[in-house]
Every structure is written in structure tokens, then in C-alpha cells.
Design a protein. Structure first.
Length: 368
């Protein structure tokens, strides 16, 4: 992991000239227009800057590493794997005096701004222990910035609540206050570091999962970290083509580039039989200080009766949540743009002591 374990205040260069902190009436007026009566609210006009790689890159990376809800998908090193021209980056920093309190990685398409389309989750990443007042100031600053740039729509998809490093409830609340619609709620399953031993974890499993693990062990299947990304990609591509008629989101070449940009943060785990054939695998991203995300799963369905996927889930749980005390996100149970609800997949993921979590998308339209 490259994430700084200490949570620190991330500040701008002290030599830079910054505007004096001042109270603004614009956010108060907007809230009053929306019908709210304000008690004890002292708004602050934040400075909003567009991201500039030369000026902001190191600052941005430090902030994401210590934020409440930022993650690998919002770092510059991850976003840099995209080929030039894939999107028009327009990422934003929110500053209060000399302190950076929020960032938003995003792109512009026509008159709409959104979190990057090619990432699992994004949105506004905020500092830990964000107050209600600060949350209101940030969201108002974003809307004002959008108005200045004549953006008619804003879209943001956030990290599942259980996977975040710290609560960002005040931000979610502020989004709703300013009229953002929570128009997508995708269900995911996360295993938390709540178990101290393999036995304790097994006791939290469904009976059918324990039986399947025994079956895989009797077949002498083993799980290990592997560098056979090409073999896994063949398995994954065949899976997705046969079951969903789609290709993987990333090419094998893009994964190689991501691994170079994010060393130590992307790992592949495979299930092998005695003939050293890969029967199943999972590509996992370490996305934050204490969170990991299962980005891809795949298995050879000719061998599914040997239960390689069940054994894989169990060994991942042991390594990540018991041994390394990390949160492990299994991923959403939706497909085809979240229009398909795969309840069989949900049932399978829930058998391993996992807890349900929600990945939320918020949308704002100007003039609403």
C-alpha cells in the first residue's frame, strides 16, 4: 500500500497568496430560496480551483490518501492510465483559506460535469470529520462553479458507505439539501475486519458455503497470488462474453499500465488444481488505507462443481479481513447499467459473512 497511515491536514503552499476568509450571503440566499430557515449557519465563500497537474498533483494525492471517502479511483496516478482524448478532465479543488477541504475528480461532456465515467466510484472526496456547515459550503460552491461554466447537469457516483475510511454523511445530507437527487442505489456486499480467526469467520458463513469449501479442499484446490494476468484475462473474457455478451472494462494492456502506475495496489489471486490449471480468479485493488475492492471475478465453469469460487472467496476473506484487517468489497450485484438485478449473485456473496452496503449516485440539474 502507498497510502499514508496518518490522517493529516492537507494545506496549500503557504507562500501562495490566498484570499482572506469571508462570509458570503449567496449560499444563505440559495438555501432560503429552497425553503429552509437557517439557525446558526455562518457560510464561508470557498475558493474553487480547476486542477492543474503542475501545481496540484502532489497536493491532490496527499489529500486523497487522508480523506474520508477518497479512493484509488480518484487519484491522479490511476486516472493517468486513460489514453489522451478519452475524456476532457475538469477536476476541482475546494479551499478554505490555506486548507484544502475537498476535491472532485471529474470530466465534462457537452454541458454536463460528472465523476469520471471509467471509474467504479468517485464524487466529492472530503476531509475527515467534515462539519455540516462545511458540507453545505462545498456543495454550494460546486453549484456556483457549475453555473459559472454553464453546466446544466452534475453526476456523481460515490464509494459504498461501508468501504469509506470515515463517515461522509454530512456531505450526503448537504447534497440532498441543495436538490441533488439520489437516483441510483446499487447494492454491494462488504466483508468487514470483524473476525479474529478463520474458525470465527467460518462460523459466520452459510452452511452451504462451508460445505462447498470442504468440497474444494477435498479436490486439493489451492489459492495463491499469481502474476498470470494473461491467463486470467482469457478466463474473464470468455466469462463475460458467454454470460453477458460484453467485454472486460479494461484491456490486458490497460491493466499492465495500471499496475505500473499503481505499484503494489493491484493484485491477482487464482485458484489452481493439481495440474496447475487456473480454475478461478479475482483481481483486487487496494483502494484506500483500509479498503480493498474486488474489481473482477471469473471462473472456468467446466470445473464449477469443484467449487473453486467458494474457496477463493474464503481465502480472500482470510487474507484481507482476518490477517490484514482490511475491508473487502465484493462489488455490486447489478449488470447492464444497473438495470439488471442479479439476486442469485447477491445471495452467493451474502453467504460469506458479508454486510450489505449502498453505492449511491447523485444527479443535479440546473434550474430545478
Amino acid at each position: 500500500m502507498l497510502y499514508n497511515e496518518s490522517v493529516q491536514r492537507v494545506s496549500l503552499d503557504r507562500d501562495r497568496e490566498v484570499p482572506r476568509r469571508r462570509k458570503g450571503a449567496a449560499s444563505t440566499e440559495r438555501l432560503q430560496t429552497l425553503g429552509y430557515r437557517l439557525v446558526g449557519y455562518e457560510p464561508v465563500s470557498l475558493r474553487v480551483e480547476r486542477y492543474n497537474d503542475n501545481a496540484h498533483r502532489d497536493l491532490w494525492e496527499r489529500f486523497i490518501a487522508t480523506s474520508a471517502n477518497g479512493n484509488l479511483f480518484q487519484t491522479r496516478r490511476f486516472l493517468e492510465y486513460h489514453p489522451a482524448g478519452r475524456f476532457q478532465d475538469h477536476s476541482i479543488l475546494f479551499c478554505r483559506d490555506a486548507e484544502l477541504i475537498a476535491v472532485a475528480a471529474g470530466e465534462v461532456t457537452n454541458s454536463a460535469w460528472s465523476s469520471h465515467r471509467f471509474t467504479s466510484h468517485g464524487g466529492i472526496a472530503v476531509k475527515s470529520q467534515l462539519s455540516a456547515t462545511e458540507a453545505l459550503d462545498i456543495v454550494h460552491a460546486l453549484i456556483s462553479y457549475a453555473s459559472e461554466h454553464q453546466w446544466q447537469k452534475l453526476f456523481m457516483r460515490y464509494v459504498p458507505d461501508l468501504l469509506a475510511e470515515d463517515s461522509f454523511t454530512t456531505l450526503v445530507w448537504a447534497l440532498s439539501i441543495f436538490g441533488f437527487a439520489e437516483d441510483s442505489r446499487e447494492l454491494t456486499w462488504c466483508v468487514m475486519p470483524a473476525f479474529c480467526s478463520e474458525e470465527e469467520m467460518l462460523n459466520a458463513y452459510h452452511d452451504s458455503a462451508r460445505r462447498a469449501i470442504k468440497r474444494a479442499q477435498n479436490e486439493n484446490l489451492v489459492v495463491r497470488e499469481t502474476s498470470d494476468f494473461a491467463g486470467f484475462w482469457r478466463l474473464l473474457t470468455d466469462n463475460l462474453k458467454a454470460r453477458f455478451a460484453v467485454a472486460p472494462t479494461h484491456s490486458l494492456g490497460e491493466i499492465a499500465r495500471l499496475r505500473a502506475l499503481c505499484p503494489g495496489e493491484i493484485r491477482l489471486h487464482g485458484v489452481y488444481n493439481q495440474q496447475q490449471r487456473m480454475l478461478a480468479g479475482s483481481l483486487i485493488f487496494d483502494v484506500s488505507r483500509n479498503g480493498s475492492h474486488c474489481f473482477y471475478f471469473a471462473q472456468d465453469y467446466d470445473f464449477q462443481d469443484r467449487r473453486p469460487m467458494t474457496l477463493l472467496m474464503h481465502r480472500l476473506n482470510i487474507e484481507y479481513t482476518v490477517q490484514h484487517r482490511r475491508k473487502l468489497n465484493y462489488g455490486v450485484i447489478t449488470a447492464h447499467g444497473a438495470s439488471e438485478l442479479n439476486l442469485g449473485l447477491s445471495r452467493f456473496k451474502s453467504q460469506f459473512g458479508a454486510l450489505p452496503a449502498i453505492r449511491r449516485r447523485f444527479t443535479w440539474e440546473g434550474g430545478r
